[in-house]
Design a protein around this ligand. Structure first.
Ligand code: PHE
Length: 361
């Protein structure tokens, strides 16, 4: 019995984990373990012998069981200590900063405009910002010495003298309007067509409401019987949806563009009183777009037969609309990249404008 005790207490002391401990338990005090076998021998003993051996065997069994229990809790403590040592978290690390970026008002307003015209069946077309003289001018019925060329304050690119005859070709320009996309879109898909083309345009001009780079959305609708009435309805519908108010006053002024006939410029009633810009009141008018019926020569330049097709076009200033809608008084601040301005006027990336979900916050 002393041998058994030494054997098992040593084994328990050296057990590496709970599985080893369980094996030892089965071998020692399990139903068929060594202690049980010894218990069976009690039957063959004399009553006097049994009286001595019985309690001793029971005591041995208890001793082994409690040694196992003690070892088990020791192993559990060690396992916990090991986890505490390896699985830790530095709670003194600084927290994650709140969102830093925001959507620029121009991007937001471009999305709003696209949502409104998308709802009216217009899809989005694009063209390059460095444009050829042909697309920016000639194709739009503005031939080389036309006075309208002076009105645009155009930025010219260097002539490409590396190509044959490059010296004599007109230089490319930074497009002065989005109207060249009318031509590109019609060349691509022909008529009927209903597109808008938002993008950057460039003119050498700088004051509170002009920056050398600004944004326009071109609109173009060509079909068999589109008239000036459709143009007026479309623009009024757009302006009402965009500003989300009915008390908007538009003024259509007879005008002239080489690429439309007849032509109209559209102003919106506003007030600058006290340095804040307000809509639908006051005695000021802010020009927001130029428009008209697409000139037959323009259709022709784009390969569309003017005897068969007709329609309207307009060019709308995105920056102006953003200033009016969100009460931003100085256009130049849009492009200063001043973080305080961007945080104040910027939009959350989750504020995606849709016609059903609401256009603005
Ligand atoms: N392209 C003209 C401008 O930038 C606007 C316009 C577009 C006018 C389409 C008529 C038709 O001033």
């Amino acid at each position: 019995m002393d041998e058994l005790r030494t054997k098992y207490l040593d084994a328990i002391g050296g057990a590496a984990d709970e599985a080893a401990l369980e094996d030892i338990r089965v071998q020692a005090v399990g139903k068929k373990g060594e202690v049980a076998l010894k218990m069976r021998e009690l039957g063959k003993m004399t009553p006097e012998e049994r009286q001595v051996a019985g309690p001793k065997l029971n005591a041995l069994k208890d001793e082994i069981n409690s040694a196992i229990a003690a070892k088990k809790s020791g192993l559990a403590d060690a396992a916990l200590d090991e986890r505490l040592r390896t699985e830790w978290l530095d709670v003194t690390l600084p927290g994650r900063p709140a969102r830093q970026g925001s959507i620029h008002p121009i991007s937001q307003v471009t999305e709003e405009i696209s949502a409104i015209f998308g709802d009216m069946g217009f899809s989005v077309a694009e063209g390059p910002q460095v444009e050829s003289d042909w697309y920016n001018f000639d194709a739009l019925n503005i031939p080389p010495h036309h006075p309208a060329r002076q009105e645009f304050d155009t930025f010219y690119m260097h002539r490409d003298t590396t190509i044959e005859g490059g010296d004599n070709r007109p230089p490319h320009v930074l497009r002065t309007h989005t109207s060249p996309v009318q031509i590109r879109a019609m060349e691509k898909t022909g008529a009927p067509i209903r597109v808008i083309a938002p993008g950057r345009v460039y003119r050498s001009d700088y004051d509170q409401t002009h920056t050398p780079m600004f944004h326009q959305v071109e609109g173009l609708a060509i079909d068999k019987d589109i008239s000036m009435a459709n143009l007026k309805w479309t623009l009024e519908e757009f302006v009402r949806a965009f500003f989300e108010i009915d008390e908007i006053e538009l003024r259509f002024r007879a005008s002239h563009f080489p690429f439309t006939e007849p032509s109209a410029e559209v102003d919106i009633r506003c007030s600058w009183a006290g340095g804040t810009l307000k809509l639908g009141e006051g005695d000021d008018w802010m020009e927001i777009l130029g428009s008209g019926m697409v000139h037959p020569k323009v259709l022709q330049s784009a390969g569309v037969d003017p005897d068969e097709w007709q329609g309207f076009a307009f060019g709308l200033g995105i920056d102006r609309l953003a200033m009016l809608k969100y009460g931003i008084p100085d256009l130049r601040a849009f492009f200063d990249s001043d973080l305080r301005w961007l945080r104040h006027y910027g939009f959350s990336s989750l504020d995606v404008p849709t016609m059903r979900g609401g256009l603005s916050r």
